[in-house]
Design a protein around this ligand. Structure first.
Ligand code: ADP
Length: 489
């Protein structure tokens, strides 16, 4: 299925499923890597501050820095609890995942926004202009742009730069207490009052943050697209694989039934031949057996011929029909004449009519013969002695309609659909012991489908007054028109 899960909430709030970002966001909750990273930051900051306190004289802001680190650890505990809740919700596999996904997005947004605030506080205590920690804004921007939508990432960037700007302005104007540069860098302590440096620092960080937002969002969008393509291809491959499996199973079933059908006449032939060889029957009985052997051989050969016809039709490209201009009247006449001896044996009259003007059909000539041959063969085979079979042809719009009607036993409505399946034989055929392979109508269906036609069967069985209601097979094929010299496109 190539259709994607519909995006139920505004794009800005929630990423569509099956994209790189939505996957990343899910793993963000599952793996908790952001929380782990924060623990690393807590430990690293703690070591750094301790080192500074040990090496240098403790400045008045260091206790405040330790307070910020403690706050970060505390908040991280809250994130851990929230993440656990989300994982429990995800494990429960809710029917509607929209709410869960909204939660995940909110979780990510809250973490990033809080981190930006804490980062600004740390920067304040370590001197925003004089130390390179401002690059962590860029680091947050990369994560935000990879996980969230471009609009959300931009809003986070604006939030970060507003905080940084207020901090610089506050320190420059003296509203905020003087910062305390890292590792006792007292020489740098006055940098925050240098307007050029303040403006340059702010501009560089701003450019870094928004350029990162732009580039990373583009990369994430390209990855999203790629992920979608890969998924679509995966699904298509999955479907093809399932189709191949189905086809293989069908082919195996077909081979099994075909082999079985061929085995029964051959077993009969073997038994009868052995009886003759062993002298179990006298010469008169042997003659009768030989006749039976010949009949069974004929049946087996007919089965094989039908199998070969079906294989030939399935293997031939369907395009052969599009260039065909088969003369209908000629084909009907040939097929009827070929079947007349068979009808004569049973005293069945075969009547056929085709409209006087020349009708051409877009069906390969040999296939049309096979199709009509099978329908006529069945009509004669299943109609009792002295019955009647009619073949009529007509043109309707751009279609040619061929009807083969008989006054035989008819076909029960419940089996009318399935008789077109391979090896499917009707109750009447089996009960009356009429020989057949069950392939004739599947050959008809295969030809009709390949030639963009249709086949239907009508049989008004079970009508009280009708003793022999008969069957009518109607086949429709595209007519060839002189206006289309190349056939259909
Ligand atoms: P086969 O004739 O070898 O059994 P087909 O595929 O040609 O196989 O036909 C499938 C079944 O459809 C037959 O077994 C028979 O029961 C039924 N059938 C087909 N044509 C007719 C018909 N003209 N009258 C009655 N039954 C028919």
């Amino acid at each position: 299925m190539t259709a994607q899960t519909p995006n139920l909430v505004p794009e800005d709030l929630l990423l569509p499923t099956g994209t790189f970002r939505s996957e990343a966001l899910e793993s963000f909750v599952r793996v908790r890597w952001f929380i782990r990273l924060r623990w690393v930051a807590v430990v690293a900051s703690f070591i750094l501050v301790s080192l500074e306190l040990w090496l240098y004289e403790a400045g008045p802001g260091r206790r405040a820095v330790l307070g910020v680190i403690a706050a970060l650890a505390l908040i991280n505990l809250c994130w851990m609890a929230w993440s656990k809740r989300l994982r429990v919700q995800a494990a429960a596999r809710p029917a509607d995942e929209t709410q869960l996904r909204q939660h995940i997005v909110l979780f990510a947004k809250a973490q990033i926004a809080t981190d930006l605030l804490l980062l600004t506080l740390v920067l304040h205590y370590y001197g925003p202009v004089s130390n390179p920690m401002a690059m962590f804004y860029v680091f947050h921007m990369v994560i935000t742009s990879l996980l969230l939508t471009p609009t959300t990432a931009l809003l986070q960037g604006i939030w970060a730069m507003a905080l940084y700007g207020l901090l610089l302005l506050g320190e420059y104007s003296g509203v905020l207490a003087t910062p305390y540069p890292l590792f006792g860098g007292q020489a740098l302590a006055d940098l925050h009052t240098n307007p050029h440096l303040v403006v340059k620092s702010y501009a560089v960080v701003c450019i870094g943050v928004f350029a990162t937002w732009h580039l990373t969002s583009q990369v994430a969008a390209a990855l999203d697209e790629r992920e979608r393509e890969v998924r679509t291809r995966d699904q298509a491959l999955e479907r093809s694989y399932r189709k191949i499996e189905e086809m293989q199973a069908r082919r195996a079933r077909f081979m099994h039934t075909a082999a079985h059908q061929l085995k029964s006449p051959l077993t009969g032939i073997q038994t009868m031949a052995k009886m003759i060889c062993d002298g179990v029957v006298d010469s008169e009985g042997a003659l009768a057996l030989i006749e039976k052997v010949i009949r069974r051989c004929k049946e087996a050969i007919e089965h094989i011929e039908e199998l070969l016809t079906l294989a030939r039709i399935k293997e031939s490209p369907s395009t052969r029909h599009r260039v065909a201009r088969t003369d209908l009247a000629n084909t009907v006449a040939t097929v009827v004449e070929r079947h007349r001896p068979m009808a004569d044996v049973k005293g069945i009259t075969v009547h056929w009519e085709v409209s006087p003007q020349t009708i051409r059909v877009q069906v390969d000539a040999r296939d049309l013969e096979d199709c009509l041959g099978n329908l006529l063969d069945n009509a004669i085979k299943y109609t009792p002695d002295a019955g009647r079979v009619e073949v009529s042809c007509a043109c309707e719009a751009d279609q040619v309609i061929i009807r083969v009607r008989d006054n035989g036993p008819g076909i029960a409505p419940e089996v009318q659909k399935s008789i077109f399946d391979e090896f499917r034989r009707g109750h009447y055929a089996l009960a009356a012991g009429i020989a057949g392979s069950g392939l004739g109508l599947s050959i008809v269906r295969e030809i009709v489908e390949q030639a963009d036609g249709s086949v239907t069967v009508k049989s008004p069985v079970n009508q009280a007054e009708e003793t022999a209601p008969g069957s009518e097979f109607e086949v429709r094929f595209p007519a060839w028109s002189a206006d289309e010299p190349q056939g259909r496109a």
